[in-house]
Design a protein around this ligand. Structure first.
Ligand code: DMJ
Length: 659
């Protein structure tokens, strides 16, 4: 007798194989195969459906081990932190309700605890965040979910105190500014010795005049806006800073200060006090806000001790923190400062985060912890480093796109120019800023540099050394203007390399700087293109129309400045002066400086933007090139990637010290 069917599956099977005994089946081989195929498909489907259940479902917990309940792809390299999309919130605004796990992971790291303790910051005992005893995991999860549901994405991860730092009840913390100043080996502005050479003095004065001209025109036509449009004599808002305004003011603060523009500096300070509104909505780039605004405010504070800069830097830094609420702790690229929502760039591979962006926060965030006493900033960037340290690197290289959800590389495009550049810069500068105690950063830097040299550094037929880009193993023989910072970076790090490599790195730095100089020399305007190539017979020239522009970028003069400080070879000053003359000839308009559309044409076509980094970086590096070495001495300062000087922590903090 046939058994009474007890479920749908059996009914289907009986219908399908009607006339056969389900016990014995009596099937032909091909039928058995079909049956097994169908059955295994069904089981896979049911198992897969488990992943769609919410984390809290008991059914899910029975069948899946905890670690597999995270959202995202399997991750073999980086330890994962589970997270999931929040119902009712747009996917691009997903937040991570299990933030406490990140903290657990950090607590496991003796390295981090060493750092936090050296900061003099109290890390409460495990399970006692916020003073409450440790609760059950389920209880915590339920609370986290409730908090998220109640507050939306801007509430950031539950378990993290979201009360603004300034309003929190906490033991008073005072950053000892005087102690910091006393620890500097040189006065920030140097001993004030004038260069003996009158010609050098004249050149420095000329650069000062250019700064005043750029500033005055910004002030006259675009005050409070982000950048000046010199042709149309108005302000440029741009879309990188969300609702933030005054990018030129904040970016220019330290340049005004070191050049001795006292009145202008006071105007700028007053605007920061009264005009810099941080409670604004809009899509801001985490990276740009960090390097220009946070970096600019930090430098202004360290140079002057004015409290307004410290307070604003911390307040702004806190507004960036919700971007880190992702399953891995790798921040997303865009943040709304008003409501804390964050998401990835639409154009980035599969909504991933960009190496040069999340890898260029370390210096500023460590300084934020130092001046605020809030260890959260340090925790965030230390976590980024741990993710990067653990992940497998193809040929030792760091690809440009990483999933903030899974912690895996999204594709294998490697570049020392755009998308990758300042990540490498921040490794060596982290080592230097820690007063040479952050050995982890140092090791990561030299390992990365070796991989770059082995895989990307090439010599052209004409004998020019360049750094190519890498696309999953295939080389693109192009170097971007952005990659021209590498000469300066490699020179800066040469002294700390293994003894037998020091001269080699200095030589490599000199060769790369010469190549970038050649890209300028070979252009009719004597200003370099956005990218230049070494294929199809090209040698350091742009071959595509779209790569012929120059937007007042600093990277080439930045390398001249470092090479000058390292070697005192007068050719670097000579090359810097060529740039000054070219800027005056092709970029100076009646009402400010502008980028140009084609460096190979002397018929002017201006892009009508005076970039804020022209005042922050290009003019500052030129000024330093023609100044004494004790003006912002490299023994005391590292420059962030926007040329804002941050102090080397001689006494106050030794963040990241490894034993
Ligand atoms: C600047 O904002 C910074 O130097 C950044 O690291 C790269 N791009 C610009 C200048 O070119």
């Amino acid at each position: 007798m046939q058994p009474v069917p007890s479920n749908v599956l059996e009914i289907m099977l009986i219908r399908k194989f009607s006339g056969m005994s389900p016990a014995g089946f009596g099937l032909r081989l091909s039928q058995k195969f079909l049956f097994l195929l169908f059955l295994s498909g069904l089981i896979t489907l049911c198992f897969g459906a488990l992943f769609l259940l919410p984390d809290s479902s008991r059914f899910k917990r029975i069948f899946l081990p905890r670690a597999q309940t995270a959202e995202g792809e399997p991750d073999t390299s980086a330890k994962k932190v589970p997270g999931k999309a929040v119902k009712g919130v747009d996917r691009k605004h997903e937040i991570h309700p299990h933030q406490w796990k990140t903290r657990d992971r950090l607590r496991d790291s003796s390295k981090f605890i060493t750092s936090a303790e050296k900061l003099g910051l109290k890390v409460p005992p495990y399970g006692q965040e916020g003073g409450s005893p440790r609760r059950g995991r389920q209880e915590e999860e339920e609370e986290e979910e409730a908090a998220v549901a109640e507050n939306g994405a801007g509430a950031a991860a539950a378990g993290q105190d979201e009360t603004p730092w300034a309003q929190r009840k906490r033991p008073s913390f005072k950053f000892d500014y005087q102690r910091f100043r006393q620890a500097l080996q040189n006065p920030p502005l140097g001993k004030g010795a004038e260069a003996e050479d009158a010609d050098i003095c004249t050149k420095r004065l000329k650069i000062k005049e250019m700064m005043r001209f750029a500033w005055d025109n910004y002030k006259r036509y675009a005050w409070g806006k982000n950048e000046l449009r010199p042709l149309t004599k108005n302000g440029h808002v741009g879309n990188m800073f969300g609702g933030l305004r005054g990018a030129t003011i904040v970016d220019a603060l330290d340049t005004l200060y070191i050049m001795g523009f006292k009145e202008e500096f006071q105007d700028a300070k007053e605007w920061v006090e009264k005009g810099l509104d941080l409670n604004v909505n809009g899509e801001a780039s985490l990276f740009e806000v960090n390097i220009r605004y946070v970096g600019g405010l930090l430098s202004a504070y360290y140079l002057t001790g004015e409290e307004v800069f410290r307070t604003k830097a911390i307040e702004l830094g806190e507004k960036l923190l919700p971007a880190f609420n992702t399953p891995t702790g790798i921040p997303r690229g865009i943040i709304n400062l008003g409501n804390g929502m964050s998401w990835s760039w639409g154009w980035a591979s599969a909504g991933s985060s960009i190496l040069a962006e999340f890898g260029t926060l370390h210096l500023e965030f460590l300084q934020l912890s130092q001046i605020s006493g809030n260890p959260l900033f340090t925790e965030k960037v230390m976590n980024i480093r741990q993710v990067l340290k653990r992940i497998e690197k193809p040929h030792g290289l760091y690809p440009n796109f990483l999933s903030a959800v899974s912690g895996n590389w999204v594709q294998h495009h490697v570049s020392v120019g755009g998308l990758g550049d300042s990540f490498y810069e921040y490794l060596i500068k982290s080592w230097l800023m820690s007063a040479r105690t952050d050995r982890e950063a140092k090791e990561m830097y030299y390992e990365a540099l070796e991989a770059i040299e082995a895989n990307l550094v090439k010599k052209s037929a004409g004998g020019l050394t360049y750094i190519a880009e890498w696309r999953g193993g295939i080389l693109d023989h192009k170097m971007g203007h952005l990659a021209c910072f590498s000469g300066g970076m490699i020179a800066l790090g040469a002294e700390d390399a293994a003894e037998e490599k020091q001269q080699h790195y200095l030589d490599l730095a000199a060769e790369l700087t010469r190549t970038c100089h050649e890209s300028y020399v070979r252009a009719d305007t004597k200003l370099g293109p956005e990218a230049f190539r070494f294929d199809s017979g090209a040698e350091a020239t742009a071959t595509r129309l779209s790569e012929r522009y120059y937007i007042l970028r600093p990277e080439v003069v930045e390398s001249y400045m470092y090479m000058w400080r390292m070697t005192h070879d007068p050719k670097y000053r000579a090359w810097g002066w060529e740039v000054v003359k070219a800027l005056e000839k092709h970029c100076r308009l009646e009402t400010g400086f502008s980028g140009i559309r084609d460096v190979y044409s002397t018929t002017p076509s201006h892009d009508n933007v005076q970039q804020s980094f022209f005042l922050a970086e290009t003019l500052k590096y030129l000024y330093l090139l023609f100044s004494e070495d004790d003006l912002l001495a490299l023994d005391d300062w590292v420059f962030n990637t926007e040329a804002h000087p941050l102090p080397i922590n001689h006494v106050t903090v030794n963040i990241g010290e490894q034993q």
